[in-house]
Design a protein around this ligand. Structure first.
Ligand code: HEM
Length: 448
C-alpha cells in the first residue's frame, strides 16, 4: 500500500461530473490541454473516479511492460466486448495469454507471405475500381472506400471470404460502436442494465446480432471443411485439439474482424490525407514504387526496398494513430512519477499525446517521414512510438497491417495523384479509434 505518494496535478474541474462531459464531446482537446497545462502525469476526474493521463514514455513502459500484470483492460475497454465478444482485444490474464500463444502463428512475419498475393491483388482491384472516377477527375469518399477495400482483403486472407459485400452494413455499425464507446461514457444510458430496451441498447443488440451472423457464416463454412490454411482454420484446429472452445473460436474471429478492419481502414484514410497534404512526399513514394516495382505486383521480397513508403506510413501513424487511446485499470494501488495511483482508477494511454512529446520528437506537428530509419529508431525511447501498443498486449496484427499498408500505398501512388477535395478542415472525430470527422473526400487523377 502506497501512503506517501503525492496527488498528481490536474485541472480540478468543478461539478459533479468533473471532466466527463469534455471527454464525451472532445477528448482530443481535453487531453492535449490538460497535458500542456499540467505536465506528463495529469489527474482528471470522471464523476468520483480518478482518471490519469500518462504523457511520458517512461510511464507507458511502466504500465505496459514493467508492471503490466497490475493493469487490466478495465471497465471502459470491457464494454467493447459487447461487440467483439470476450476475445484477445479485451482479454487479460491466463486465458488471454493461452489464446494469444495459439493465435500468434497466424500473424507472425514468417506466415505473412501466404497473404501477400491476395493483398497485392486487392490493392490492384481497388486501383481498377477507382479508374472511372480518376478519368473523370472525380471525387472519392475515401473513408468508406478504405473500409470496403480492407473488408475485402481482410476477409479473403484471414477468413477466405470477401467481406466487402457487407461494407454498406458494417460501416454504420462499426461507426456507431466506436463513437458511442466514448460519447456515452458514464451516461445514464450506459449505467442501465443491457436488458432495458432503450434505443441505444436496441441498436447495440442489433449490431451484435449482425456481426454474430456474419461470423457464424464464416465459421460454418470452415466447419464444412472448405478451407484449411487461414486464421479460422487455425482456430478450429485448436478447438479440435481441445485448446479453444467453440465460443472462443467465434470471439477470436469476430475480434479479428472488428479490430482488424476499423484500424487498418483508418490508417489508410489518414495516409491518403497525409499524401494529399504533402505532394512532395507523395512524389517520393511514387518514384520509389516505380524504381522497386516498375509495373509489376508487389511481393513480400519487395518490402525491405520500399523504405520511404514504410517511413511515410510510420509518420502517418505517428500523427494520426488509429488506436489513439486505449485504457487500463490498476488492480492494486501503484505509484507513477512519485504520484499516487489508486486501484480501479482509469489510466488513459494515448499514443496521440506521446507521439507529440517535444522531448522525443523535434517539431512534433511537422509531417516528416525522415524521422524514421534504423539509427533514429534505435536511438528513440521504445515507448515514445506505439501506434500498435507495447508490451505483452502489442497488436497481434501489426506486421500484417504494415504489409497491407505498404502494398496499398505503393499501388495507389503508382496509379494516381491524390489531392484533397474542397471542403472544411479535416479534424479527428470523437471516437475510440481515430477517423476524420465526417469522412475524407479526395480527388484522384490518373498519373501520366
Ligand atoms: C493499422 C492497423 C492497426 C492498428 C493501428 C492497431 C492498433 C492496436 C493497438 C494499439 C493495440 C493494443 C491495445 C492495448 O494494448 O490495449 C492492438 C491490439 C490488438 N490488435 Fe491491432 N491494430 C491494427 C491492426 C490490427 C489487425 C489487422 C488485427 C487483426 C487482424 C488486429 C488485432 C488486434 C488484437 C487481437 C489486439 C489485442 C492483442 C492482445 O492484447 O493480445 N489489429 N492493436
Amino acid at each position: 500500500m502506497i501512503t506517501n505518494a503525492k496527488t498528481a496535478p490536474g485541472p480540478n474541474t468543478p461539478g459533479l461530473m468533473g471532466d466527463l462531459k469534455a471527454y464525451r464531446t472532445d477528448p482530443y482537446t481535453l487531453f492535449t490541454r490538460a497535458w500542456r497545462e499540467h505536465g506528463d502525469f495529469v489527474r482528471l476526474r470522471f464523476g468520483p473516479i480518478p482518471v490519469f493521463l500518462p504523457g511520458h514514455p517512461d510511464y507507458l513502459k511502466h504500465i505496459l511492460l514493467d508492471n503490466y500484470q497490475n493493469y487490466d483492460r478495465g471497465q471502459l475497454f470491457k464494454k467493447f466486448e459487447r461487440y467483439t465478444g470476450p476475445g484477445l482485444l479485451t482479454g487479460y490474464g491466463d486465458t488471454w495469454l493461452k489464446t494469444r500463444r495459439l493465435a500468434q502463428p497466424a500473424f507472425q512475419p514468417g506466415n505473412l507471405d501466404q497473404y501477400a498475393a491476395v493483398m497485392a491483388d486487392g490493392a490492384q482491384k481497388l486501383v481498377e475500381r477507382w479508374r472511372p472516377a480518376a478519368e473523370a477527375g472525380g471525387i472519392i469518399e475515401a473513408s468508406d472506400e478504405m473500409v470496403y477495400y480492407i473488408l475485402g482483403t481482410l476477409g479473403r486472407t484471414l477468413f477466405s471470404i470477401d467481406l466487402s459485400e457487407h461494407a454498406a452494413d458494417i460501416i454504420p455499425a462499426a461507426h456507431y460502436a466506436v463513437i458511442t464507446q466514448v460519447t456515452k461514457t458514464g451516461t445514464l444510458w450506459e449505467m442501465l442494465p443491457e436488458w432495458v430496451p432503450t434505443p441505444h441498447y436496441r441498436r447495440v443488440k442489433a449490431i451484435r446480432a449482425f456481426f454474430n451472423a456474419i461470423v457464424d457464416r464464416i465459421v460454418d463454412l470452415h466447419r464444412r471443411g472448405v478451407h484449411d490454411s487461414d486464421y479460422v482454420s487455425l482456430l478450429l484446429k485448436e478447438e479440435a485439439n481441445g485448446n479453444l472452445t467453440a465460443g472462443q473460436v467465434h470471439a477470436e474471429t469476430l475480434t479479428a474482424l472488428i479490430a482488424g478492419h476499423d484500424t487498418t481502414a483508418a490508417a489508410l484514410t489518414w495516409l491518403l490525407y497525409a499524401l494529399a497534404m504533402h505532394p512532395e512526399v507523395q512524389n517520393q513514394v511514387r518514384s520509389e514504387t516505380d524504381q522497386v516495382l516498375g509495373g509489376r505486383a508487389p511481393t513480400i521480397a519487395d518490402l525491405p526496398q520500399l523504405i520511404y513508403t514504410k517511413k511515410t506510413i510510420m509518420e502517418t501513424l505517428r500523427l494520426y494513430p488509429p488506436a489513439w487511446l486505449f485504457p487500463r485499470e490498476p488492480a492494486a494501488d501503484d505509484e507513477i512519477a512519485g504520484y499516487h495511483v489508486p486501484k480501479r482508477s482509469i489510466m488513459m494511454l494515448t499514443p496521440y499525446l506521446v507521439h507529440r512529446h517535444p522531448e522525443f520528437w523535434e517539431n512534433p506537428e511537422v509531417f516528416d517521414p525522415h524521422r524514421f530509419g534504423p539509427e533514429q529508431d534505435k536511438a528513440r525511447h521504445k515507448y515514445a512510438y506505439l501506434p500498435f501498443g507495447g508490451g505483452a498486449h502489442q497488436c497481434i496484427g501489426m506486421h500484417y497491417a504494415m504489409q497491407q499498408l505498404i502494398f496499398t500505398a505503393a499501388l495507389i501512388t503508382r496509379a494516381y495523384r491524390v489531392e484533397l477535395a474542397p471542403g472544411g478542415p479535416v479534424l479527428p472525430e470523437t471516437a475510440l479509434t481515430m477517423h476524420p470527422r465526417g469522412g475524407l473526400r479526395i480527388r484522384i487523377t490518373a498519373r501520366g
